[in-house]
Design a protein around this ligand. Structure first.
Ligand code: GDP
Ligand code: MG
Length: 263
């Protein structure tokens, strides 16, 4: 999906009840005052050049820093960004809140550190416009490139994580890249069923998408590890392991004959 392509002319028109937006980009953010501004500028400027109505929405879990002020300041400058609060803690809870309250035709999330570049939106958009319901950025599928790698402990943890989650996530090569988009109408019933609120939520999303028979596709990204990760290897690692165990115990059942069409 590297070539640039024009979107279908009916974009944003012709729906039974027209969505308020074509695309909404949810940015889960917790204490992101240092990383958020550059991300919102890059994403905001990028979507303003696209031939559709797109907006950014920061979902903030009561950050103790100036995360919300940062987004408000950029909105005052004219960037298409709003902030929504979210009482339940965790990245998964924040993304679920964003998707469940979205009124856009397509919605998805992008991490506040912009480890995946804004241009990946074009690839995601082309796939959504082709009719895919779940569009997953991957650092591991052919043609993907990792410019700066994560630390060795993080990579080792990631390797174990992939082995442990494969039975749930199915053929997806990279569950944890913070960049996934959905046809909102297909994603909202899925997110209503979500249980995980932490970093494991990506795996649950993919498992539920398989169970619901949603068409899922991966696309390669150029990815750059960023300083300032909010993931703490020991505490979040332990929590993620516990959440994974719970996910296995309540594993969503796959509907026979409904595996993802793309993989
Ligand atoms: N709203 C919200 N966002 C979170 C929370 N924890 C992490 N995030 C966001 O999740 C995204 C990914 O986090 P990051 O620190 O980059 O994790 P890493 O890429 O896995 O090292 C960032 O946008 C974080 O701000 C949380 O508790 N609430
Ligand atoms: Mg990150």
């Amino acid at each position: 999906m590297k070539e640039s392509r024009s979107l279908s002319p009916a974009l944003g028109a012709g729906h039974v009840s027209a969505p308020a937006l074509d695309m909404e980009i949810i940015i889960p953010a917790y204490n992101e005052e240092h990383r958020l501004e550059a991300t919102l500028r890059a994403l905001g400027c990028h979507v303003q050049q696209l031939p559709l109505r797109a907006a950014l929405r920061v979902i903030d879990n009561g950050s103790c820093d100036r995360t919300a002020e940062c987004a408000d300041r950029l909105a005052a400058e004219g960037l298409p960004v709003t902030v929504t609060g979210c009482a339940p803690r965790g990245k998964g809870a924040a993304v679920a809140r964003g998707i469940l309250t979205s009124r856009a035709r397509w919605s998805g999330f992008c991490d506040a550190d912009l480890a995946t570049p804004a241009t990946a939106i074009d690839d995601a958009l082309a796939l959504l416009d082709d009719g895919w319901q779940v569009v997953v950025a991957s650092r591991r599928c052919p043609e993907a490139r990792v410019m700066t790698r994560q630390s060795v402990p993080r990579r080792l943890g990631g390797h174990a994580f992939r082995l442990l989650t494969r039975p749930l996530a199915g053929p997806v090569t990279d569950t944890q890249c913070g960049f996934k988009f959905f046809t909102t109408a297909a994603a909202q019933p899925l997110f209503r069923q979500m249980v995980s609120t932490g970093f494991i939520f990506d795996v649950e999303v993919l498992a539920r998408a398989r169970a619901l028979g949603l068409s899922t596709v991966e696309f390669p990204v150029v990815w750059d590890d960023r300083q300032g990760s909010t993931f703490r290897l020991v505490s979040d690692g332990c929590r993620t392991t516990r959440d994974l165990w719970q996910l296995y115990r309540g594993q969503p059942h796959r509907r026979p004959g409904h595996d993802s069409g793309g993989m």
